[in-house]
Design a protein around this ligand. Sequence first.
Ligand code: SF4
Ligand code: SF4
Length: 448
Amino acid sequence: MVGFSGSRKWIYVQSIEGKFTTIRRWTFLALHIVLFVLPWIRINEDPALLFELQTRRLFVLGAVFTAADTIFLLIILLFATFTLFFVTSLFGRLWCGYACPQTVFLEAWIRPVEKWIEGDRSRRLRRERMGISFDLVWRKAAKWTVFLLVAFVLSMAMMSYFAGARELWSFNGGRVEYTLVAIFTLAWFFDFAWFREQFCNYLCPYARFQGALTDDETIQISYLPDRGEPRGGKEAAADGRCIDCGKCVVVCPAGIDIRDGFQLECIACARCIDACVSVMDKLEHPTLVDYTSVAAMEGRKPRLLRPRTFVYGAMLAGLIVVGGAMVWGRVPFEATVNRAPGSLYTIDADGLVRNTYFLKITNNSSAEEPVLYRVRVDGLPEAEVVVQDLELASRESRTVPLVIRVPASDDLLRTIPLQVYVTSTDGELIVDATFKTGAEIGTATTAR
Ligand code: SF4
Ligand code: SF4
């Protein structure tokens, strides 16, 4: 038993080669290319993907999202969540085995480094059984030093998505960014050197609720007891049954025996399939561990389209439509209207009621040409509006006064809704505001 508390049984994973190991290596390579290269790519002088912490702006493939676009962040999070639900309901924990950073970094960096410095499973076990020695100590020290270096490089790569790759890697980033890099580095080092599979078993929420996302028709990695049992014995090799070699167990990074059935600890890495294939190939029999489903093992035909996959798929399609429509109708500028502090309304000497606001416009587009923004007010037919049109360069933000004056009359309501239209060649934004009056309108002449 692998325990977070109490005695920890260390897992000495044996290396393995095979079809799924190769597929996973290519996947890891692709993910590393994304991790390390994407923050360096620029589109119209903006990073292809960057969440700028200080300004709270998100750059995505040439578009800029600000705090006013929080709804998009919500849609992206919902999309990621339902994609995970959808894929899990069809193929189980594919994410864990092929794309989770914990798995990717352990498999791509940590286990190869461990094997390079300390040797494979049997050599490591033998050395550690012999107790403390100079050989053991220097190898552990060397391994942890490399782990620390790897943790630092990975943390810098991840932080590049928040602080800008050029600034960060040229060590021109801010103190906050490097403090976060230091925290991430220590967290990853702790994970690589000690925590490892315990993260999946005790901290990862996905591992906890994945049981609720799968059913008998979900394709998962399983031992095939119909062909494998009874295991062992003289005839097992000839019959194509499990020869009880234990290879599927010693390659497992979760330290479990897939032959015991579905277990929460399984991260669906498929190493046990490669292990059994390597054994059964030599005996000229098919593997006893494979991707399958409970339905298939019971002789039923698994269905791809079932109520749960239909619901998750429909949610995904809905989010794509809603998100797509919102992106389509989105304009690359922001406008806000705020009442001038301390003034609700004023009655001017000529008897007109005056409300004063501040209009702020931000040009989020990356186009080189400045953009002209025209402003008009709707909702107050007899209003006299004083506001200037604005021409803003890319990323420029400016605040100007907006004064609205309305002839005082007994008919005026205390609060009158109005709309401020900001129009440019990129589109139009409508900002809601209110015009305020008071009880004395029509009679009072003193300013407030
Ligand atoms: S049981 Fe197989 S698929 Fe599951 S974690 Fe172990 S080796 Fe990976
Ligand atoms: S690798 Fe295959 S044959 Fe060996 S113990 Fe596992 S299931 Fe049995």
